[in-house]
Design a protein around this ligand. Structure first.
Ligand code: FES
Length: 118
């Protein structure tokens, strides 16, 4: 079970419970199921509309899926990640806060997901 708190600068935070383990539920899918109005368009990791800032709240647990190649391409295009950061993440297994909601798969961990932020 994972608690996901969706946060927007103008709305009240909303925490939802996501059943982890399917390895198919993206942040965007869970948001839609819970009527969280994250903006989206392509739903295929190409347009960058669903940009979110993710904070991992549970220490020592399994982390969300790593950045996909599509996310890296789009995030670079948006200026949210540099090649140096990509290289560093490959060796340190570090997390990156900026993600695409339609690409990030939720695992068994608590997350804070900020949307509508630039
Ligand atoms: S909706 Fe287009 S990248 Fe997620």
């Amino acid at each position: 079970m994972a608690n996901i708190t969706f946060s927007h600068p103008e709305y009240k935070d909303k925490t939802v419970y996501a059943v982890a383990g399917s390895h198919t539920d993206t942040i965007l899918k869970i948001a839609k199921e819970n009527k969280i109005p994250i903006a989206f368009n392509c739903q295929d990791g190409e347009c960058g509309t669903c940009l979110v800032k993710v904070t991992h709240l549970s220490d020592g647990k399994e982390k969300g899926g790593p950045l996909t190649d599509k996310e890296i391409t789009v995030l670079k295009g948006l200026g949210k990640i540099t090649q140096e950061q990509v290289d560093e993440m490959a060796v340190t297994d570090m997390d990156h806060p900026w993600r695409l909601a339609c690409q990030m798969i939720v695992r068994d961990e608590d997350l804070r997901v900020e949307y509508g932020v630039e």
